[in-house]
Write a protein that binds this ligand. Structure first.
Ligand SMILES: Cc1cc2nc3c(=O)[nH]c(=O)nc-3n(C[C@H](O)[C@H](O)[C@H](O)COP(=O)(O)OP(=O)(O)OC[C@H]3O[C@@H](n4cnc5c(N)ncnc54)[C@H](O)[C@@H]3O)c2cc1C
Length: 276
């Protein structure tokens, strides 16, 4: 849709060119959400595309995903054979309700910054121990120094995250250690191609050690349970109960809290059994 309140679109070649953050400014990534509803408080869009960040950088340490990396670029990524979790990229991208326009325009960073419970790029990057690099504006509390926060801690609730005003998500780093683990994923939507009611991912080493269960979509923000070795079915259920009380689930038109709770137990056990 047309955004009638926009009076300026800035196209900086470096983030430093945006010094003072003003009311009415908004970072523009793929624009798929920004242009999907009126933005009455926004007068200036700052296009991140002009920063020219390399979408994906693979090194021995892992994969750096620029915030501006398009979903389509991530889908096309082929990692080395040792990165056994790369097929999870497709699993999570396919869980992302979207038309081909969103597929080709939406960015990984835009999805993470929207911080919706069903944010499939949140599910993916949290499950693979992703770490966000954030670039504050120069006048912000810590003097504008970049900071790092895990994806799991970045999202604090439904459409809520740790970003301060004007703070920029620069990239998400997935460590090679997480990319090399075995994984299992389960996802459910109430409707065909609908938004996820629950998306759970488990990762583990070959011997079942270092089991990490990441629960998303069923909860307002990612919930992670870590075990040094594969738990029993009872231990896993108890750990979920301890971390997630019955009122800790996210209720919306895509599923009731009790339905999402049921899916969480059901999928968690399937994932545990598959990786055990
Ligand atoms: C039809 C439709 C279906 C959708 N389905 C889903 C779904 O199933 N699951 C889901 O999670 N979401 C869904 N969404 C919303 C959604 O998350 C996105 O459209 C998309 O992921 C946003 O990415 P974008 O790059 O287009 O971001 P934009 O629309 O450009 O930006 C989104 C927000 O993030 C901010 N932002 C973007 N990048 C950065 C950055 N690097 N640093 C700081 N702030 C930034 C922007 O200022 C803006 O507030 C849907 C949207 C539509 C229109």
């Amino acid at each position: 849709m047309n955004l009638n309140t926009i009076v300026e679109v800035k196209r900086p070649s470096s983030a430093e060119q945006i010094g003072q953050w003003r009311a009415g400014y908004a970072w523009l990534a793929g624009g798929t959400w920004l242009f999907s509803e009126p933005q009455v408080a926004t007068s200036t869009l700052i296009d991140l595309d002009s920063l020219g960040w390399t979408p994906l950088t693979a090194t021995a340490e892992g994969l750096e995903i620029a915030a501006t990396c398009r979903i389509a670029d991530l889908h096309a990524f082929k990692g080395p054979p040792a990165w056994r979790a790369v097929p999870l990229f497709h699993g999570c991208i396919d869980a992302f309700l979207m038309s081909f326009k969103i597929w080709n325009a939406a960015t990984v960073g835009g999805n993470v910054c929207m911080s919706l419970p069903a944010g499939a790029m949140i599910s993916l990057t949290a499950a693979l121990d992703g770490v966000c690099t954030l670039w504050p504006r120069p006048n912000q509390s810590n003097g504008g120094q970049p900071r790092e926060v895990t994806v799991a801690d970045f999202v604090t609730g439904n459409h809520k995250n740790v970003l301060e005003k004007g703070e920029l998500l620069r990239s998400i780093r997935l460590p090679a250690s997480a990319l090399s683990k075995r994984y299992a994923m389960r996802q459910m939507s109430l409707t065909h191609l609908g938004r996820s009611a629950a998306l759970l991912v488990g990762t583990a080493g070959d011997d079942g050690s270092d089991f990490l269960l990441t629960i998303t979509a069923a909860t307002p923000r990612p919930v992670q349970l870590r075990f040094a070795k594969m738990p029993s079915a009872d231990d896993l259920r108890q750990a979920i109960n301890q971390r997630l009380p019955a009122d800790g689930y996210f209720q919306d038109v895509h599923g009731s809290a009790s339905y999402k709770r049921h899916l969480t137990y059901y999928f968690a056990e399937q994932i545990r059994a598959e990786l055990a």
